[in-house]
Ligand binder design. Structure first.
Ligand SMILES: [Zn+2]
Length: 252
């Protein structure tokens, strides 16, 4: 009798241990190495939050942007081009040290749909390696140049591509005022705004818009913090794709 009871207890213990290991494994898949801030349910983010994302840098204007972001205590995401990051590692390192998120925007900024899956993978891997060499951390998010990536590539590449919900169309010929007006018009809770730190007018417009929007109660947060604000609940309509973390060739 006694023996039988012991065996039942043993079985319960084994079931508990297996369940515990299973939960831990499931959690670890959601928290990849080097992206400790991307966690389930992480939330210091308030009710009115915006993610500004800057593509195509670093450029000669990025340092000015960083100065302003530091002054206003605003955090953003930079989707850097690997070949440019390689030439300007100090700026990437500074952005990383100051708490901004560094994302992958490929090594040479090609249209990925014109590449094979292997070609696209090489572009992403090369950029990832450059960022890792500078910051010590592999980028978790990838933004496809021109937002151009095929459904087939998405499936095969299996990484976390992040797009945007609001495009400011901050072309070089646009004035600071025009860009500023567009930012103010698009600003809303949960927006992921596409901008370029390669454009001086953009940098000036952003640094005008930030304090005004902060006055209105908006907080500027990295894209990972926005996405995980409510346990990974996304604002409606944001095109994104979540990879299966454990299989991603880029996330680890
Ligand atoms: Zn781009």
């Amino acid at each position: 009798m006694k023996k039988k009871k012991k065996r039942i207890i043993d079985r319960e213990f084994v079931v508990l241990v297996v369940a515990f290991v299973f939960i831990l494994t499931a959690m670890s898949r959601c928290i990849p190495d080097g992206t400790a801030r991307l966690s389930l349910g992480h939330s210091n983010v308030g009710e009115k939050a915006i993610s500004l994302t800057f593509d195509d840098g670093p450029s000669g204007y990025t340092e000015k942007l960083l100065d302003g972001l530091s002054e206003y205590d605003a955090k953003v995401t930079f989707f850097v081009i690997g070949s440019k990051a390689e030439k300007n590692p100090e700026t990437v390192q500074r952005a990383f040290d100051e708490g901004h998120l560094i994302g992958n925007h490929t090594y040479t900024h090609p249209r990925l749909t014109l590449k094979s899956v292997d070609g696209a993978k090489e572009e992403i891997t090369q950029c990832s390696d450059v960022i890792k060499n500078i910051t010590g951390v592999k980028p978790f998010f990838v933004r496809a140049p021109y937002g151009d990536v095929s459904a087939y590539q998405l499936k095969k590449l299996n990484t976390f591509f992040i797009s945007w919900s609001a495009n400011i169309y901050d072309w070089d010929e646009d004035s600071e005022d025009e860009i500023y007006e567009r930012i103010m018009k698009k600003a809303d809770d949960g927006e992921i705004i596409l901008l370029h730190d390669t454009n001086e007018a953009t940098v000036n417009a952003v640094l005008r818009a930030i304090p005004e929007l902060q006055e209105q109660g908006y907080e500027f947060v990295r894209v990972d913090d926005l996405l995980t604000r409510n346990g990974d609940k996304l604002a409606k309509g944001i095109p994104y794709r979540k990879c299966e973390f454990e299989k991603s060739p880029f996330a680890f």
